[in-house]
Design a protein around this ligand. Structure first.
Ligand code: PEP
Length: 250
């Protein structure tokens, strides 16, 4: 069986380089956990140098960015390009997170971000998720549309899909989506990916779940939800709660 992928999205929870160092030093002391999961940490841009420094040659913790510019280079004040991320050894880029969609990022931009990520040889972690759960199933249409729009170019680059129902984000374990419903959605996403990318490529894409994953629900969500791992927000920014999740999955 494949190792579960656990991507920590630190958002703006972690602010200082010292906190990054303390986090990584503690995580490095748990090699048995790191050997059982594929761990990726995605700090804010400002902490990438500190993260790169403390990781050194460590291969068991990989690094991600929380977003990337849709542009290639030059005249774009405030943007950070895929090439610039590569300099810090970034391997994964989260695109289309619901908090960025809510801030105005549209499908066309998300598609460009995926393109830039792939041109730089990194893995795109495409976030999709409905804002509300519809009792008549309209949320499946939302997910299908998000996938169709983001993957219109039929990318052949490395891809992970993170299914994150927006209504389940940022709460506590009891508010996460139920495993049976996650499983139903995973099957739907898998079929949609196969329709868009072709069966051979579609079956290879890991599908993660995100939304109030904590140590207490991680194991059940993994085994009964049929996912390949998790995108974790609040519980990834505190080393003890992150270790609880890794321990539950080990
Ligand atoms: C997220 O925003 O990607 C996320 C999964 O957040 P949380 O774990 O806090 O629900």
């Amino acid at each position: 069986m494949k190792k579960p992928i656990v991507i920590g999205n630190w958002k703006m929870y972690v602010e200082k380089p010292d906190a990054v160092k303390a986090f990584v030093m503690k995580l490095k002391r748990r090699p048995q956990l790191l050997s059982k999961t594929d761990v990726v940490v995605a700090p804010p841009y400002t902490l990438l140098p500190a993260l790169a420094q403390v990781l050194g040659t460590t291969k068991t913790i990989r690094t991600g960015a929380q977003t990337v510019s849709a542009f290639l280079e030059a005249k774009h004040t405030g943007e950070v390009s895929a090439r610039m991320l590569k300099v810090f050894g970034i391997g994964f880029v989260i695109v289309g997170h619901s908090e960025r969609r809510a801030a105005g990022e549209k499908d066309d931009m998300i598609r460009e971000q995926i393109k830039r990520t792939h041109e730089a040889g990194m893995t795109a972690v495409l976030c999709i998720g409905e804002v509300e759960r519809d009792p008549h199933g309209a949320h499946f249409g939302v997910i299908e549309r998000q996938l169709l729009q983001a993957l219109k170019d039929k990318t052949t680059g490395k891809l992970i899909v993170a299914y994150e129902p927006v209504w389940a984000i940022g709460k506590t374990a009891g508010s996460a989506e139920k495993p049976a419903e996650i499983q139903e959605m995973v099957i739907f996403i898998r079929k949609t990916l196969a329709d868009i990318l072709g069966r051979e490529q579609g079956v290879k894409v890991p599908i993660l779940y995100g939304g109030s994953v904590e140590g207490s629900n991680a194991k059940e969500l993994l085994t009964d939800g049929g996912v390949g791992g998790f995108l974790v927000g609040h519980a990834s920014a505190d080393i003890d709660s992150f270790i609880e999740i890794l321990t539950a999955l080990a």
